[in-house]
Ligand binder design. Structure first.
Ligand code: PLP
Length: 410
């Protein structure tokens, strides 16, 4: 089966892609190019969630009855599938959270509570607010110093500046795997090697990478890796924190409540074993069930194929977009994901996005939760198209045609 046939077949698994939107003139078939914000869900994910509620709904790790055991088995199966997806060594290294944001907050809060005033956290200038604000909050609380690795005009991190920025007070390096604005894919393994040679752990924000290319946490040797189910065909409200067992064992619990304790007295508590120590309260069981179905789906389609297909779409888009007069594309890294941030001279990104919407084309407009990055680019906001496995060349044509029309009218 060739690529085009494969895409047209798998599109049939996504009911929402058949949606017709009212716009100018006749209704238009949806062209969904906002995948970096969230992705659409295949029927198998929707069915798995419904089946869970229709047959096995109960709380997990508590009840000694059939439904309780089934729900627990499904929840833990999701953890095992996530372990296999990342090639993590142990399933207790997989913590379920609400999303990338909560995963990073967990590490920032817990890890930084072990630090001393004056200790340093090294970040980059291209971070999403999720991998910036939690560190700023921890820095305020514990008197830490934040430092930033810059990126060059192509949107490539300046690896060569690391030795200058490094001091003996650096305690953790946190960086994004793939930029949600520039599309830059960072050479994570090189950063990890540099930090590990100096005995410092690394956290990677994988929100825009794990959905799009194979990730092997052991090969990358990362200490923490965070990502979200909803950006990879799964439901919202579920995320993952991978952490090396040794690190997770050292970190204090993040939130308190049921499930995360082994024993409690009126005076204090003893934390539970991993991974439960970090999963306080009733978890998102339906989210885990849906996420397991999403992982099955991604496994069948193949992450290597998804990566290859998105590369083809991105090259085509970057070529076609040159036709549009007055258009700027941000980010020129050689290793680039399917994210294209752009602006049209003299047109606000919100107006551009609203205009494209009239043609049924959904793109994001704004600062993409990366204020400092936008400021460095010298823009208030940009529009952004981002691709996933179900997008086609025809959809890119529809987007570019609408942009060309917009360039004339707006
Ligand atoms: N990090 C990056 C690079 C992102 O693109 C996003 C979401 O857009 C996040 C973190 C936050 O993800 P979530 O909102 O699912 O927690």
């Amino acid at each position: 089966m060739d690529d085009l046939e494969k895409v047209h077949r798998l599109r049939q698994d996504f009911p929402i892609l058949n949606r017709e939107l009212a716009g100018v003139g006749t209704p238009r078939r949806l062209v969904y190019l906002d995948n970096a914000a969230t992705t659409q869900k295949p029927r198998s994910v929707l069915d798995a969630i419904t089946a869970y509620y229709e047959t096995s709904n109960a709380n997990v790790h508590r009840a000694i009855h059939t439904l309780g055991e089934e729900a627990t088995r499904l929840y833990e199966l999701a953890r095992e599938k996530t372990r296999a997806f990342l090639n993590a060594e142990f399933s207790e290294e997989i913590i379920f959270t609400r999303g990338t944001t909560e995963s990073i907050n967990l590490v920032a809060s817990s890890f930084c509570s072990l630090l001393n005033p004056g200790d340093e956290i090294l970040l980059t200038e291209m971070e999403h607010h999720s991998n910036l604000v939690p560190w700023q909050m921890a820095a305020q609380r514990h008197g830490l110093v934040l430092k930033f690795i810059p990126f060059d005009p192509d949107g490539v991190l300046e690896f060569g500046k690391l030795p200058q920025l490094w001091t003996s007070r650096v305690r953790l390096l946190a960086l994004t795997h793939t930029s949600n604005v520039l599309g830059t894919v960072n050479p994570v393994a090189d950063f990890v090697r540099f930090a590990h040679e100096r005995g410092v752990p690394v956290l990677v924000d994988g929100a825009q990478a794990a959905p799009h290319r194979p990730v092997d946490v052991q090969a990358l040797d990362v200490d923490f890796y965070a990502f979200s189910s909803h950006k990879m065909l799964g439901p919202t409200g579920l995320g993952v924190l991978y952490g090396k067992k040794d690190w997770l064992e050292k970190l204090p619990p993040f939130a308190g409540g049921g499930e995360m304790i082994r024993s409690v007295t009126l005076e204090g508590f003893e934390p539970n074993v991993l991974p439960y120590k970090f999963e306080a309260g009733t978890p998102n069981i339906e989210g885990a069930v849906g996420f397991a179905a999403a992982l099955d789906y991604l496994g069948t389609v193949g992450l290597d194929w998804i990566h290859g297909w998105e590369q083809k779409l991105t090259s085509y888009a970057l070529e076609q977009i040159k036709r549009v007069p007055g258009l700027t594309v941000y980010g020129k890294a050689p290793d680039r994901a399917g994210v294209v941030a752009f602006s049209l001279e003299g047109v606000h990104a919100h107006d551009l996005s609203a205009y494209l919407d009239q043609s049924g084309v959904a793109v994001r407009a704004g600062h993409h939760c990366a204020h400092p990055l936008a400021r460095k680019l010298g823009v208030i906001s940009t529009a952004r198209a981002s691709f996933y496995l179900y997008n086609t060349f025809e959809e890119i044509d529809r987007w570019i045609q609408a942009l060309e029309a917009g360039a004339k009218i707006l």
